[in-house]
Design a protein around this ligand. Structure first.
Ligand code: UD2
Length: 330
């Protein structure tokens, strides 16, 4: 056997190092092209749950969109299985809620009912944006769940409060810089009545508005003036989505909030305000960027509406309120 000289050993070591660097470099590039999606890494080791079927299930409602995103209804998912899949991943969910002016009165019930129904047993961080930080009620929260209060200025126009939400959500996500996994942005004048949990997780998550899902698309209250960046033509649009509840992965919601904010500001420079402020911009965004998961109106009902037969469970619902009394302007 020939013994390698010192020079040969050095050259071999150098060659090996280059090879290793090359492998690492191409792996990194490869994983850039094919980002690892955690949804693909959910493991069902030792989980016991009811046998699923592709023959028996709900037939009274549509459970998948034409672009093959699930539409979530009671009876379409197994909460035991889903929680079992997500629990080992120790996921964290951020929530934004705005309570400006008289809307602070809704906060206590919102927080209390969230403790009972929203991602129970998971890490939840609620970010409250308010002009009255001292009035934020103290609500007992389970371990792993917390609240942060963020000060925002008061406003004399409710439209402004509604419109600024996208900007503040964008900034918050930038500050969170991936410390949370998912985010949901919810209206404060609402209460939870039933489970809202892991079944709602997805890349970009839209909630179907309870008021319009029987309407034809040309009757949806989209922004109809072509000069607006929120414009949708009568033959465009899939569903009418709520501005009062939406969410998803941080990066996806960040892109949506940023786009809606930019479009809203461009409209404002042209002297326009979309029909339903950020809700109109969100609807345009979700027409172009299809949500990866759609939540049925169970996820945002309205207390004044009588329950429809397809709504087996109301999970979250807007309280009935006197707009003239609680809004800063009419
Ligand atoms: C609808 C939407 C809402 C928003 C609005 C139009 C649903 C079910 N609701 O709700 O999301 O798109 O139309 O812009 O999708 N707020 C305050 N202080 C105020 C006024 C508003 O904090 O003085 C916040 C609060 O978090 C409230 C939210 O803005 O929940 C929406 O305002 P709203 O409840 O007055 O609007 P609403 O019920 O017509």
């Amino acid at each position: 056997m020939r013994v390698m000289s010192g020079k040969t050993v050095t050259a071999t070591l150098l060659l090996l190092s280059f090879l290793l660097l090359g492998v690492l470099y191409s792996y990194q590039n490869y994983s850039d092209v094919l980002p690892l999606s955690e949804e693909f890494h959910l493991e069902a080791k030792h989980l016991r749950y009811q046998q699923p079927s592709i023959l028996i299930g709900r037939t009274d409602v549509v459970t998948v969109t034409p672009w093959l995103a699930p539409v979530v209804w009671e009876g379409t998912f197994d909460p035991v299985l889903l929680d079992g899949l997500y629990r080992p991943r120790n996921i964290s969910v951020a929530v934004t809620v705005f309570a400006v002016g008289k809307y602070i009165r809704f906060l206590e019930a919102f927080l209390q009912t969230a403790e009972q129904h929203f991602f129970v047993g998971f890490n939840v961080h609620v970010y409250i944006f308010t002009d009255q930080p001292n009035e934020v009620p103290r609500v007992h929260m389970a371990p792993g769940r917390q609240v942060t209060v963020c000060s925002v200025p008061s406003s004399r126009r409710w439209q402004e409060i509604s419109a600024r939400r996208m900007e503040l959500i964008q900034t918050l996500i930038e500050e969170l810089s991936n410390h949370m996994d998912y985010i949901f942005c919810l209206d404060v004048d609402s209460r939870f009545h039933g489970r809202w949990g892991t079944e709602s997780l997805g890349g970009l998550v839209g909630v179907i508005h309870p008021g319009y899902y029987r309407n034809r698309r040309n009757k949806f209250p989209y922004e109809r003036r072509p000069e607006s960046r929120a414009y949708l033509a009568p033959e465009e649009g899939d569903f009418y989505y709520c501005g009062g509840a939406f969410g998803g992965r941080l990066q996806e919601v960040h892109l949506m909030a940023k786009t809606c904010r930019q479009d809203f500001e461009a409209d404002a420079r042209g002297g326009m305000e979309a029909a339903w402020q950020e809700e109109s911009h969100l609807n345009r965004y979700m027409w172009i960027h299809k949500p990866t998961k759609v939540l049925s109106p169970e996820y945002l009902w309205q207390d004044f509406k009588s329950r429809e037969p397809e709504i087996r469970l109301i999970r979250f619902s807007g309280v009935t309120k006197n707009y003239a009394e609680i809004r800063p302007n009419t």
